[in-house]
Design a protein. Structure first.
Length: 153
């Protein structure tokens, strides 16, 4: 379910705005606090929840791990490189679990602007950025035309 922001915790830093792949976290121009402008378009990726340094963003969890009325809080601890989730059920029970969020040191992953511009040939290629080397293969597998189903050639 979509996210929402506790206005009193938010300091308007904008990290959630930058990271939201759906571009629906915006800063209210009057209050200078973030809010989800289009909850129906939320991917529920929780990137904003994990990125918020103020723990200001909350969400309802998926029914499979929090089925009956609950709140979901997240604790982001950069120094430990962990994200901890706390689910609080209506009857007062709590479930706490930690998710490892990366296998490389914090801050060690290069951003897109740290790489050279793709060549025009690369722009026409069907391979995605950094393929095939990041897949640790010499070339992507291809399907021989002889294996196509009749009528699809
Ligand atoms: Fe507010 Fe958190 Fe978004 Fe920063 S990342 S603007 S503190 S909700
Ligand atoms: Fe955007 Fe994902 Fe946060 Fe939804 S959960 S508001 S899609 S960053």
């Amino acid at each position: 379910m979509p996210t929402f922001v506790y206005m009193t915790n938010c300091d308007g830093c904008g990290y959630c705005v930058d990271i939201c792949p759906s571009d629906i976290m915006h800063i209210d121009t009057t209050y200078r606090r973030a809010f989800n402008v289009e909850p129906n378009m939320c991917w529920e990726c929780y990137s904003c929840v994990k990125a918020c340094p103020q723990q200001a963003i909350d969400c309802r969890g998926y029914a499979d791990f929090a089925p009956l009325g609950h709140s979901v809080r997240v604790l982001r601890e950069e120094e430990k490189a962990t994200v901890s989730w706390r689910i609080k059920f209506r009857d007062g029970r709590e479930k706490n679990f930690v998710s490892p969020i990366r296998t490389t040191p914090w801050g060690s992953i290069k951003g897109p602007s740290d790489y050279a511009q793709p060549t025009s040939a690369a722009m026409r290629s069907q391979e995605l950025a950094h393929e095939p080397e990041t897949l640790k293969v010499e070339a992507l597998p291809t399907l021989a035309r002889s294996r196509f189903k009749k009528g699809l050639v």
